[in-house]
Design a protein around this ligand. Structure first.
Ligand SMILES: [Zn+2]
Ligand SMILES: [Zn+2]
Length: 394
């Protein structure tokens, strides 16, 4: 039996376990930084494998280390594990058992796949030159988990040479894998601004400083950042996603709160727009005799795939799905704090297609989101082969 065949057989033999684990996580979703059960299941399973397990990294993160038979390089494989505050509307045996919470992005599958990869690599320890660091990351959906884990010392003493990760996706058909070199997902910078005015009677605006007028001006002014200050050949988005102010028909309120998000790719564009966004907020507030209290929340750079690592992964995934099924992924303004792991070492983040019919064609974050579970096998095999290839050839 060839190496490729034996790996495929090993992945097949563990497929039922991978699906069962995915369904277990799917039934018990936990949102950002509340993934205590999920992290417990993960850490226990890794412990049974005999790996060096670091529990409770940033509360609900787990890191496990597999030392190969011979010294060599270190490869980091990351899965995110959090669910979303969405009510599951699917009619399947494994639907969420928690009201208002659901795995609507596939992170249940990511965690199950990485556990299976950990098990299969542990069985192949003798073939490994180097070390594998398995990272199970909480709170991707609020873009805070990676930073919190890194701050908590997740990689202390581990210094990866390469980083690999995947996202299951209903955007791509089952049987395909999509990836691209260079910028792949946008930098995400969310913000909150509180416009402080001076409240009073709605019939006497001259005695007040109206923060709602300020909010209205600010919402339109901020759109000039993309329309007038960004190279039309470049990409950027400013979206205002939350506006709160006021309580009654006849009261001018004291404050107005605006939340939104900025998405960019190029670091220069990101720096410029962040600085200008803040300046515009303060400027609009000052012009109207008010004040702006500004804060950035959940900042993450763009997901950038290393060219050489992407070429390697393209070759690896072609052995699994066939060269014709290796697609170039779309560049997306969606963000992912995988970017912070990719900032540690050259790496590749790729998408594994999971769409095979109407039930698996819902967009991510939809109440009926689901995946064709056959994609779990493809994900396991591509990730396993990616790590093996890296640690075998050096
Ligand atoms: Zn998501
Ligand atoms: Zn996701």
């Amino acid at each position: 039996m060839s190496v490729v065949e034996s790996i495929h057989e090993a992945v097949e033999s563990i497929f039922g376990e991978t699906v069962a684990q995915r369904r277990d996580f799917h039934k018990h979703p936990e949102i950002a930084f509340e993934e205590f059960r999920t992290a417990g299941v993960i850490a226990d399973k890794l412990g049974v494998l005999g790996l060096d397990v670091r529990r409770g990294v940033a509360q609900t993160g787990v890191v496990a280390i597999l030392e190969g038979a011979r010294p060599g390089r270190t490869v980091l494989a990351r899965a995110d594990i959090d669910a979303l505050p969405i009510q599951d509307e699917k009619d399947v045996s494994y639907r969420s058992q928690v009201m208002g919470k659901m795995h609507a992005c596939g992170h249940d599958g990511h965690a199950a796949v990485l556990l299976s990869v950990a098990k299969l690599l542990t069985e192949r320890r003798a073939e490994l030159s180097g070390r594998v660091v398995f990272v199970f990351q909480p709170a991707e959906e609020m873009v805070g988990g990676a930073e919190a884990m890194l701050r908590a010392g997740a990689l202390t003493g581990l210094e990866p040479d390469a980083v690999i990760g995947l996202h299951l996706s209903s955007e791509y058909p089952l049987g395909t894998v999509a990836l691209r070199a260079g910028p792949s997902m946008a930098a995400t910078d969310s913000f909150r601004v509180v416009l402080k005015g001076s409240g009073g009677h709605a019939a006497k605006p001259h005695n007040c400083v109206d923060p709602i007028l300020g909010a209205a001006q600010l919402i339109t002014t901020l759109q000039s950042l993309v329309a007038r200050e960004t190279d039309p050949q470049d990409s950027a988005v400013v979206s205002i996603t939350s506006v709160h102010s006021g309580t009654a028909y006849n009261i001018i309120p004291e404050t107005a709160e605006i939340k939104g998000t900025l998405r960019t790719f190029r670091p220069e564009t990101r720096t410029h727009l962040k600085e200008r966004l803040e300046t515009l907020c303060r400027g609009v507030a000052t012009n109207l005799r008010g004040e702006a209290v500004f804060s950035w929340i959940d900042e993450s750079p763009a997901v950038h795939n290393d060219a050489a690592m992407t070429t390697r992964m393209q070759a690896v995934v072609a052995t699994v799905v066939g060269a014709d099924n290796v697609l170039e992924s779309h560049k997306t303004m969606g963000g992912d704090d995988m970017a912070l792991w990719l900032a540690q070492a050259p790496g590749c983040y790729y998408f594994v297609g999971g769409r095979s019919g109407p039930d698996t064609s819902w967009p991510h974050h939809h109440p009926r989101f689901d995946l064709d579970e056959k994609c779990l096998g493809i994900a396991t095999e591509t990730l396993l082969c990616g790590v093996l290839e890296y640690l075998r050839q050096g």
